[in-house]
Design a binder for this molecule. Structure first.
Ligand SMILES: [Zn+2]
Length: 283
């Protein structure tokens, strides 16, 4: 009986999500959407970017929240510890009177084996050291799970992180939390009494953003994402980046597991998609 329980436990931990970064070339065989035409990430080729006069608003990014920071085996993910309340949100200004509001569901991070190649998106084939994703769902669907399969379901705001010599003190709360979640599935909390503002994780210069239609960058790769990639990066230094690399992958036993050194999907075909920019310099 004990053996049976152990077997079930192992089976569950290996297959509960059914994918891993070690197997990313084969994602499409188990998750057909990963082989679709609107996949992310992409390289943003500035020569083909088209100016579009769109803007966006963010709300409640300047408030503090009770946040949960978890090592889920694939990344460090920030979620809201309390349900309800006025969460941070994002709205485009394309349709002035009926533009949907997108509610922040989570924030997570991607990095790589190389300090110079840790982002998922690239701009003119240049990668950044890491990439932050702010995942928002369309309020009209009520929750993330119901929005994630809809073509207008999600907006993911992406912030590239450029490697610098000096630490970025705006990351202190996040890095401090990540230091405590090295084992797979461990969690810490950031109190609303802290002075951790999500707004500080966005670049100061928000005038230049790229926008395109794409997908989740992890299985099941649903093509439900409007991507908003900030052209201006924020900074991160080596020591800060190394804290993410201390996180352990999903493990099949109680040992500490392998370090999660790479959680980035490779560049996907653009397939003639148009990348828009809000910056008139692309006119
Ligand atoms: Zn992501």
């Amino acid at each position: 009986m004990l053996l049976y329980i152990i077997f079930i436990y192992l089976f569950y931990t290996i297959n509960c999500e059914g994918w891993s970064y070690n197997d990313k070339a084969n994602w499409a065989s188990s998750f057909p959407q990963c082989g679709g035409q609107l996949q992310s990430p992409i390289n943003i080729d500035k020569r083909t970017v088209r100016y579009a006069p769109f803007g966006f608003f963010i709300d409640n990014y300047d408030r503090t929240y009770n946040l949960r920071v978890q090592n889920n085996g694939d990344t460090a993910v920030l979620t809201f510890a309390n349900t309800g309340g006025n969460r941070p949100s994002l709205q485009f200004d394309d349709h002035k009177y009926n533009s949907p509001r997108y509610i922040l569901e989570n924030v997570h991070v991607h990095w790589g084996k190389s300090y110079l190649q840790g982002s998922e998106h690239s701009i003119d084939n240049q990668f950044a050291a890491a990439e932050l994703h702010f995942v928002h769902y369309n309020q009209k669907y009520g929750n993330f799970q119901d929005a994630v399969t809809q073509s207008d379901g999600l907006v993911v705001a992406s912030v590239l992180m450029a490697l610098t010599y000096n630490p970025n003190n705006n990351l202190d709360w996040l890095i401090g939390a990540v230091k405590h979640i090295n084992p797979y599935n461990s969690t810490v909390y950031i109190s609303s009494n802290s002075n951790f503002y999500l707004d500080n994780l966005l670049p100061r210069d928000r005038r230049s953003v790229f926008r395109y239609r794409g997908s989740l960058t992890t299985p099941p790769c649903y093509e439900s994402v409007t991507w908003l990639v900030f052209e201006t990066p924020i900074n991160i230094c080596r020591d800060q980046l190394n804290q993410f690399r201390q996180l352990r992958e999903k493990s099949t036993n109680n040992e500490s597991g392998h370090p999660l050194l790479d959680n980035r999907r490779s560049i996907q075909s653009n397939n003639d998609r148009i990348v828009q920019s809000s910056n008139p310099k692309y006119q």
